[in-house]
Ligand binder design. Structure first.
Ligand code: FAD
Length: 539
């Protein structure tokens, strides 16, 4: 489809901004670049509902097949390997492993294509800590038993800044120019957060904690899921523009949703789940230049001989003996007879891939609604020059207040390399768009590159000269949407139960797209179908 520049910029950055941008220039000269990743043709193959006849000599037998090599599938595989269970394959449709946590190799550093940080887990999250320990990230334990991560892996200062009316300011909440009323409301908001951080149900469970499986099901907390976060803020008298912006930013950033699209339960989860005690800061972030790609690559190294990349699973057929899986590897059909399956692909794909699911659905897969994003990696020959000497300096996370985009993360930040070439990862959730996915795939590289550069040029007019290359990933099904009435509707509970010999593991099951949630479900499913005593051990 052909759109004018003005139409594209209006759709992504708003009409007033598009008007000015198009008046100021007829369009910048674009650097080199391309759309990378995600093969969208599989969706059509699955929807056709074809019968796939695997040639009789193309079958293998394994005890377990893991479908999907994102963090959930990899965590299950990692767990099997740790338990010395080796009789499994992991089938990943893409040529690269990692799903939405995958990363790229660049100069001078790697860079993320999606997930880029993990908050330090609470001491109770022993499984996740054992992964961090194995990766050499853990320095020891604090007096209260909390895990201490080596300093070089924690996001260093300056962590975050926000661009507002031509200047950069420290942090994400805009303190500069706050009125007395803004300050009062911000302080009242913190009191609400403290209330929920301290809240415990009759069994001592917290309202909001990671993983979601450990959250209280007490109605006082779960009723919050019925209300949009925007309405909860209004009901509680929070009208301060900068506070509302801050909450909206949080929803767009973590969930790809606007404030009015997010459930209040999910909104409060963002602010409360990583705060150990009221008055304390949220847990610090573990990050790397390549973001969560570091975890992906570590787990992949431990299981790589079991991984088959470029294997798109097209049918999963439960039968008396177990489950038969057919997958496409290029044009070749390959089959796996297995006893059990860990299904770590997005939940909405289950009715298309699993035989018998649609006829007698064990849960409503269409309630697992995803939203779309695009992510751009910009390769810069040098750092953008500050417009004002007193501007807050380039940080890890750099957000533009007036933009519907989320700004960018600096890949060289953790390396402490403050001069010279760098890579900026720009994030744009399609939350303002109905049918965001279809729209996203109607745009070409040059359209999205223009959106990204024009948006960033508000803060960095020199971005055009500095960018030598710009690649884009379109995430059609980027992350699950925790809209009102989804998280506590009961659908997740049903979907967590195995369907015949198929165990679902995707992070969708938590209703939150987070590393910890994918990891939790990977470990859970691996443990559910453990073959530890069967003798199938690594030789
Ligand atoms: C832009 C973006 C930024 C994010 N930032 C963060 C962050 O900073 N921190 C954080 O914790 N989380 C973040 N997340 C969320 C995080 O990436 C995910 O929650 C987590 O990695 C999901 O892992 P998963 O394995 O459940 O799913 P996915 O990543 O969706 O992996 C599913 C895998 O299944 C494969 N697959 C699908 N269908 C088939 C098939 N038929 N056959 C074979 N394979 C198939 C896919 O190719 C994919 O590899 C972000 C997500 C996005 C999109």
């Amino acid at each position: 489809m052909n759109f004018t520049r003005r139409e594209i910029l209006t759709a992504f950055l708003g009409a007033p901004f598009a008007l000015v941008a198009c008046r100021d220039s007829g369009g910048p000269s674009a650097p080199e670049g391309e759309i990378v990743g995600a093969d969208v043709s599989l969706g059509h193959v699955l929807r056709e509902g074809r019968n796939f006849e695997v040639p009789s000599d193309n079958w293998e037998a394994v005890k377990v097949a893991i479908v999907g090599g994102g963090v959930a599938g990899l965590s299950a595989a990692w767990r099997f390997r740790k338990e010395n269970f080796d009789d499994f394959v992991l089938l990943e449709l893409e040529k690269e492993i990692g799903g939405t946590a995958r990363s790229g190799q660049g100069t001078p550093v790697g860079y993320p294509w999606g997930a880029h940080y993990l908050p330090v887990p609470f001491a109770e999250n022993a499984e996740l800590i054992s992964l961090l320990d194995e990766m050499g990230l853990v320095e020891g334990r604090g007096a209260g038993g909390e895990v201490v991560i080596s300093e070089q892996f924690l996001c260093r200062e300056p962590e975050e800044r926000v661009f507002y009316k031509g200047r950069w300011y420290e942090g994400l909440y805009l303190n500069a120019g706050a009125s007395e009323e803004d300050k009062r409301q911000y302080s009242e908001f913190q009191k609400k957060i403290d209330y929920w951080v301290n809240w415990r149900d009759a069994c001592g469970k917290r309202a909001f904690v990671v993983p979601v499986a450990n959250c209280s099901a007490d109605p006082e907390a779960t009723e919050l899921d019925k209300v949009p976060f925007a309405e909860w803020l209004r009901q509680n008298g929070f009208t301060s523009e900068r506070l509302v912006w801050y909450c909206d930013y949080a929803c767009r950033d973590d969930y790809g949703l606007k404030l009015e699209q997010t459930s209040a339960w999910a909104g409060l989860f963002y602010f409360c789940s990583r705060v150990r005690k009221s008055g304390e800061d949220s847990q610090p972030f573990i990050t790397f230049p390549e973001g969560n790609g570091r975890f992906v690559n570590h787990m992949f190294e431990t299981v790589q001989q079991n991984v088959r990349k470029g294997h798109a699973v097209v049918s999963v057929v439960p039968n008396e003996k177990g489950v038969d899986i057919a997958c496409l590897h290029g044009n070749e059909l390959r089959g796996f007879h297995c006893e059990k399956v860990i299904y770590a692909s997005p939940m909405f794909t289950a009715p298309f891939a699993i035989r018998g699911f649609r006829e007698d659905p064990p849960f409503a897969a269409n309630e697992f609604q995803h939203n779309s994003w695009f992510v751009a990696n910009l390769f810069l020959k040098d750092r953008p020059k500050p417009k004002f000497a007193k501007d807050f300096p380039l940080s890890w996370d750099n957000v533009i207040y007036e933009s519907p985009g989320l700004g960018y993360v600096t890949a060289t930040h953790q390396k402490g390399i403050d001069y010279g070439p760098t890579i900026l990862t720009y994030y744009y959730p399609m939350c303002a768009e109905e049918n965001g996915r279809t729209k996203l795939f109607n745009y070409q590289w040059k359209d999205l590159a223009d959106v990204c550069l024009t948006d960033l040029a508000r803060a960095h007019p020199d971005i055009y000269e500095l960018t030598t290359r710009l690649d884009i990933m379109r995430w059609g099904h980027a992350m699950i949407s925790p809209c009102p009435n989804f998280l506590w509707s009961g659908v997740r509970e049903k979907a967590i139960k195995p369907y015949r010999n198929i165990h679902f593991a995707h992070s969708d099951l938590s209703g939150m797209a987070l590393f910890e949630e994918a990891f939790y479900h990977g470990i859970r499913t691996a443990d559910e179908i453990s073959f530890r005593s069967s003798g199938s051990v690594v030789k």
